[in-house]
Write a protein that binds this ligand. Structure first.
Ligand code: PLP
Length: 467
């Protein structure tokens, strides 16, 4: 399956148009001046720019003409690999047919089709019945938080205004997302943020779980902290708990066995909504459609983005569990209101994003990419854990086709070693992702066994080249 899957992917893109447009750009200091790059060490970038000009299947092309093996599916989003013919053509045809349709009081056919397709593949055995569209993971998160708050109000529990996130959680960069998020660096420069937010402890227990393969054994009890928060504030004041079922951006923290089940139980006990942020884990990353399937715990709201369009056109979405949409409809009807939810974006369900989304879901299905990821997961686990013997490596964590490789930080310069490894890997032709001194790998799901070996070998080489 592994070989046939990968070659199936290759055949599907023959005759592709991607890559035929030459990009005329020279990375001189003048040309680099105006763009304020997000989440970037801008000065370091401008000293030594890393510029991408093309992409195909498992590889990027850099502006100096090198092939870079994509070890991170772009930013965890290009799950079907780059420049996929079906997706490219769907977007091209759509832009020629209908470039834009207003998103309020009007819509277009693909919006309904995509929503139906998403609900058809949603996890939880028919638990979800509506999709709300946004344009990014951050917008999906803020939409989900607002839906949770308004849902409680609609059912007469408007006192539920408190939101609970988790330390080291990443939920994008909207004010809602950074408020419930728990990455200190992302929060500390922005002052007050949302009031009434509390955080669960993170689930990283290095002493007990170091070099755990798959889900770690220890840490389910950390979910009980939610009981403490409920006692502190009164559970009747809490609207929702949001967690990434597997935390990606913070360095790949895999949930301990039993942890998510426990969170679900406590939320059920007190009528609190549980939100899974599946912006990374959605669409096959863990070898199942969603983390919800993988861990067997069904939340009330799921946020997705990234892999929904294979990263081709920005899109985010919120899956809503049965009963949520109906509550809004019933409340508006009773109150004699018209608009049931005062929330939405100019580009909600954008025609190009919907076209990309529908084509992407077809590619995933036709090529069995989620199943392929599941089949490769044991090989992936073995390969990434082979780095455990490297002197810089203090932990390796993995699940599905994702891995976090934690490096010993340099005493006086945390993060510096990680950045150097990332740079050395790039120069050698491998794209990795770093969070401080944690290296993340999460390749497109079309990856082959041979490319996994190559990725791990190149990572080792980059580690060796880094003091
Ligand atoms: N939520 C999670 C779990 C993410 O990993 C990300 C991005 O990496 C986001 C939300 C934010 O998504 P976006 O960057 O599309 O706004």
């Amino acid at each position: 399956m592994e070989g046939s899957q990968a070659s199936g992917g290759d055949q599907a893109v023959q005759g592709d148009t991607a890559g035929q447009f030459d990009v005329q750009f020279e990375a001189t200091p003048n040309n680099l001046e105006s763009f304020w790059m997000p989440f970037t060490w801008n000065r370091a970038f401008k000293r030594k720019p890393k510029v991408i000009t093309g992409a195909k299947d498992m590889h990027y092309t850099s502006d100096d003409g090198r092939q870079i093996l994509d070890g991170t599916a772009g930013l965890w989003c290009v799950n079907a690999g780059h420049g996929r013919k079906k997706i490219v053509e769907a977007v091209q045809q759509q832009v020629a047919r209908l470039d834009y349709a207003p998103a309020f009081q009007l819509s277009h056919p693909l919006a309904f089709q995509l929503a139906n397709r998403l609900i058809g593949m949603a996890p939880g055995d028919g638990a979800f019945d509506h999709v709300f569209f946004a344009n990014s993971g951050s917008e999906a998160v803020d939409s989900a938080l607002k839906i949770a708050l308004a849902y409680h109000r609609a059912r007469g529990e408007g006192q539920r205004t408190r939101l609970i996130g988790r330390e080291r959680g990443y939920h994008g960069v909207g004010f809602g997302g950074i408020s419930v998020g728990g990455i200190v660096a992302n929060r500390r420069k922005f002052g007050q943020l949302l009031a009434g937010v509390d955080h669960l402890p993170h689930t990283h227990l290095p002493e007990q779980n170091r070099f755990a393969k798959g889900q770690p054994e220890h840490g389910a009890h950390l979910a009980d902290e939610l009981e403490r928060i409920c006692t502190l504030h009164g559970p009747e004041t809490i609207a929702a708990v949001i967690v990434e079922p597997l935390a990606g951006s913070t360095g790949v923290l895999v949930p301990p066995k039993g942890y998510l089940q426990r969170l679900r139980e406590i939320c059920d006990k007190y009528g609190i909504l549980l939100i899974f942020d599946e912006v990374i884990t959605g669409f096959g990353r863990l070898g199942t459609g969603f983390a919800t399937d993988c861990f067997g715990v069904t939340p009330d709201l799921i946020t997705v983005a990234k892999g929904i369009t294979n990263g081709t056109v920005p899109m985010g979405a919120v899956f809503c569990r049965k009963g949520i949409y109906d509550t809004f409809m019933a409340e508006a009807e009773q109150a004699g209101g018209t608009i049931e939810l005062f929330h939405g974006y100019t580009y909600s369900a954008h025609p190009l994003a919907c076209a990309a989304g529908l084509a992407t879901l077809e590619v995933y299905k036709e090529e069995g990419l989620f199943e392929h990821a599941a089949e490769l997961a044991p090989k992936w686990q073995e390969a990434v854990h082979s780095l455990a013997d490297h002197p810089h490596v203090i932990d390796v964590r993995n699940l599905g086709l994702v891995a976090g490789i934690e490096l010993e930080p340099r005493t006086r310069a945390p993060g510096a070693r990680g950045y150097e490894v990332f740079t050395n890997a790039w120069e050698d032709g491998l794209l990795t992702r770093i969070t401080g001194d944690i290296l993340a790998l999460s390749p497109p799901l079309i990856v082959t066994e041979q490319q996994i070996d190559q990725m791990v070998e190149m990572t080792r080489k980059a580690l060796d080249a880094t003091p």
